[in-house]
Every structure is written in C-alpha cells, then in structure tokens.
Ligand binder design. Structure first.
Ligand code: MG
Length: 173
C-alpha cells in the first residue's frame, strides 16, 4: 500500500517536472500555451456559451500534464531540432527540412496526443490541420525559413489544441 503510494507520488512529480520541460521546449520553439488556448477557444466557442480563454488555457494545462502527450512533444520537437542541427541522415533529413507533404509521420505522432480524449479529438485535429489558424500559420511560416524545421511542431500544437477542445467538450457534455 505504502509503496504504491510512493510510486504514485513519484509519477506525479515526474509528470510535473516533464510538464515544465515540455512547456519550456515549446516556448523555445516560439509557442506559448496561451496561443494554443486561443486555437482551442476558436474550435470550441461556438458550442459552449461563455467559454473563455482562461478556461481553454486550463484545459491546455491539463493536456500537457499527460504522460503520452509529454512523450509525443519530447519526441517530435527533438526531431525538429536534430534536423536543424544536421544530425539526421538522408533521406529523412531532407524530408524533415523541407516538410515533405507525403512524409506523414508528423501527423501520426500527433495522433498520440489527440487520442488522449477519444474520437472528438480527430475531427478537431483535422480542422486545425486543414485551416491552419492563428499560431499554426505562424509556425508554418517560420518553418519555411532557411535552416528552420517546424515539421513536427505544427502538428503537435494543433493536436494539443484539439485535445484541449475535446477535454472541454467532455466536461460540458
Ligand atoms: Mg507537420
């Protein structure tokens, strides 16, 4: 019993520590959580009266506390960074640096995030991926600059926004 509690406490501490790491990583890649919350508000405002940016930010914070989400962020952003540093071999290097349209693994990785709140997330993610609103457009434009790779970042940010929208939908259902 006691041992289980210690393990749970330790897991919670790890999740909090990793949350701080992934939030810092996102910031360093040019994304603030509030910009992700703006996407979530955009997705969900028409369905819920009185939904505020603060409420959306609260759900974004919950999403980045989940271990599967943290692992997907760590993996995707690391690949973008390694590609920029030239530490990835061909042919993957060119696919990542050019955000090759048929690569597809950036979207697949992002599904690990969307999955956390079930199937509503898929629709929301598809919508964000297609329309590229707000911060997604900014990420995409930055990614086209010489030496910059945002191949995973746009999908990860869209997926966090979609997962937060799903979390809100479940809460108010
Ligand atoms: Mg992408």
């Amino acid at each position: 019993m006691n041992q289980n509690r210690n393990v749970n406490d330790e897991n919670r501490l790890n999740d909090t520590r990793n949350r701080d790491i992934v939030v810092k990583m996102l910031n360093e890649r040019g994304v603030e959580l509030v910009e992700i919350a703006e996407l979530t508000l955009d997705l969900q405002a028409k369905y819920i009266d009185g939904l505020t940016l603060e409420m959306c930010l609260d759900h974004v914070e919950r999403v980045v506390m989940k271990r599967e989400v943290q692992n997907a962020i760590l993996t995707g952003l690391e690949l973008d960074i390694l590609a920029e540093k030239g530490h990835i071999s061909e042919p993957l290097k060119s696919m990542l640096m050019n955000d090759y349209g048929l690569y597809g693994i950036d979207e697949v990785l992002a599904l690990a995030i969307v999955n956390v709140y079930g199937s509503i997330g898929f629709t929301n993610f598809g919508y964000v991926d297609k329309l590229k609103p707000g911060v997604i457009k900014k990420i995409d434009d930055l990614g086209k600059e010489e030496g910059r790779c945002n191949t995973f970042l746009d999908d990860i940010v869209g997926a966090i926004a979609a997962a937060a929208a799903s979390s809100i939908a479940h809460r108010f259902a």
